[in-house]
Write a protein that binds this ligand. Structure first.
Ligand code: NAD
Length: 503
């Protein structure tokens, strides 16, 4: 991998182009500014320098994009799945070709370290490949014969869909949502997060170059309260796939109620990693650190609560302190950097506010607990110990490189603490007792659980949360369940008796 200076040089070439072009909307395959002519400025969280202007869209732009998606749906939904497969593979090829540019731009726009973003770009291509292959079976259904009928089921694309993505890993998450929608035969109006619009522009550009017909994927930039709200209320949009905060999910449900929108939500988390005294503690330590301090802790599946058995807590936490103190914070374009800046000043203030909350509540800050000198929105990787389960630092999603350590006596207490939060996205269990692992995972309130492992995504498995962490699942056929409608058709196999009224 290139070093920092080389990366800065390479990035400049790409960012200069983006600065010149700005991030515009793409409607019907054409680049255009918002109809109002309004734009807003986008800055890098790394050094707060200006990146580019971005189209600030409102309901008029959303209506235009939705109408275009409605027209394009007529043809795209009927396009031979083999053609859809070919185009999606072509998109994946082009993502790979431009993966370095994507990684560099994503790093600059979000503050996420290049060591993770280079993999995220490649994962984006894999998402497209996976759903490209699945396009062929998207319509598959069942045969359910009865005495008098041959019943079949078949899936049909639901229509134009709205996709709203967040800022934490915007490129990967956009591919994760858009690829299955296109494979299913839906058309898309995509509104990326206003804080990180750059790589959605690149991705949409790639899709058009790969031969995706105009109008199949319209890109509309802008703020959540303006463009986002309009998208969720638009009558032509049949479903909304949203990744973001739980409270935004509630708002979208209200906004979409008038038009009876189908919704798919991937929301927040306060995920536990539970370490029992019989676990492989060296591997557990690596996983605990990776799952909260990678991606700047701005990760929905991060294990932000460490539940550690009391008899091993002191030694485990002392090793943890040693390692967290050594985490490399710095320019995310440096391949050695492990933690970069947070996305924005607002988000930094939110994360930093928990340092005071922790002290007020009586927890101890054993590592970090401070913001760095400007420029850039950097905070030190932070570890709270002596936390109690009811404290705000144990209950609320902080969404930064901040870990709350809580001790527990036995399995029963660990389970109670794990489940006693409003969220239920992921859980990580570390034990060498297989019976306990089975028992615990059975009772743990989470949509996804890993035993003796960090989060390792396998595309055919269902991804999603319960409680306030989400509604619906992505991955495998679950994605098609959302983007498609089921139809039942019954064929009479003989002359069964039809009730005769009025005879
Ligand atoms: P956010 O909810 O503030 O914003 C997400 C998107 O929603 C943005 O594009 C924003 O413009 C838009 N938006 C905001 N208000 C809206 C409204 N009223 N109507 C329509 N759209 C609106 O979230 P964020 O701060 O960008 O992202 C961080 C959050 O995302 C965290 O809570 C994190 O846990 C969650 N997340 C969840 C997953 C998952 O898979 N469960 C994955 C990544 C991130």
């Amino acid at each position: 991998m290139s070093d920092l200076n080389e990366n800065i040089k390479k990035l400049k070439k790409h960012i200069d182009i983006i600065k010149e072009e700005g991030v515009l909307n793409v409607i019907d395959g054409k680049l255009k500014n918002s109809n109002s002519g309004k734009k807003f400025s986008n800055y890098s969280p790394v050094d707060e320098t200006y990146i580019c202007e971005v189209a600030q869209s409102n309901a008029e732009d959303i209506d235009e994009a939705s109408s275009s998606s409605k027209v394009a749906f007529k043809e795209w939904s009927k396009t031979n799945p083999a053609t859809r497969k070919k185009i999606l593979h072509k998109i994946a090829d082009k993502i790979v070709e431009r993966s370095e540019e994507i990684a560099l731009c994503e790093t600059w726009d979000t503050g996420q370290a290049i060591r993770f973003m280079s993999k995220a770009a490649i994962r984006g291509a894999e998402n497209f490949r996976y759903f490209a292959d699945k396009a062929i079976s998207a319509q598959d259904g069942l045969t359910l014969p009865s005495g008098s009928l041959l019943n079949i089921t078949k899936r049909y694309p639901i229509g134009p869909v709205g996709i709203i993505t967040p800022w934490n890993t915007p490129f990967m998450l956009s591919t994760w949502k858009v690829a299955p929608a296109l494979a299913a035969g839906c058309t898309v109006v995509h509104k990326p997060a206003e804080l990180s619009p750059v790589t959605a522009k690149i991705l949409n550009e790639i899709a058009l170059e790969a031969g995706l017909p105009p109008g199949v994927w319209n890109l509309v930039n802008g703020f959540g309260e303006e463009a986002g709200v309009a998208l969720t209320k638009n009558k032509d949009i049949k479903a909304v796939a949203f990744v973001g905060e739980s409270k935004t999910g509630s708002a979208i449900m209200r906004q979409g109620s008038e038009t009876l929108k189908r919704v798919h939500f991937e929301l927040g988390g306060k995920n536990p990693v539970i370490v029992f005294d019989d676990a492989d503690l060296d591997r557990a330590l690596d996983a605990v650190i990776f799952m909260i301090y990678s991606l700047n802790g701005e990760r929905c599946t991060s294990s932000s609560r460490l539940l550690i058995q009391k008899n091993i807590a002191e030694e485990f936490i002392s090793k943890l302190v040693d390692r967290v103190n050594k985490i490399k914070v710095g320019n995310p374009l440096d391949p050695n950097t492990e933690v970069g800046p947070l996305i924005s000043e607002n988000h930094l203030e939110k994360v930093v506010s928990y340092f005071d909350i922790a002290k007020r509540e009586g927890a101890e800050i054993v590592v970090g607990g401070n913001a760095h000198k400007k420029p850039g929105w950097f905070v030190s990787p932070t570890l709270f110990k002596n936390a109690k389960p009811e404290m705000r630092i144990s209950q609320e999603e902080i969404f930064g490189p901040v870990l709350t350590a809580i001790t527990f006596e036995d399995e029963e207490e660990a389970l109670k603490i794990s489940n006693d939060v409003e969220y239920g996205l992921t859980g990580y269990i570390w034990t060498n007792n297989v019976t306990r692992a089975l028992r615990f995972s059975d009772e743990l309130e989470a949509g996804m659980i890993w035993v003796n492992s960090e989060n390792v995504r396998h595309l055919p498995t269902p991804f999603g949360g319960i409680k306030s962490s989400g509604i619906g699942r992505d991955g495998g056929d679950w994605s098609f369940e959302f983007y498609m409608e089921q139809k039942h058709i019954g064929f009479a196999t003989g002359n069964h008796q039809i009730p005769k009224l009025g005879k």
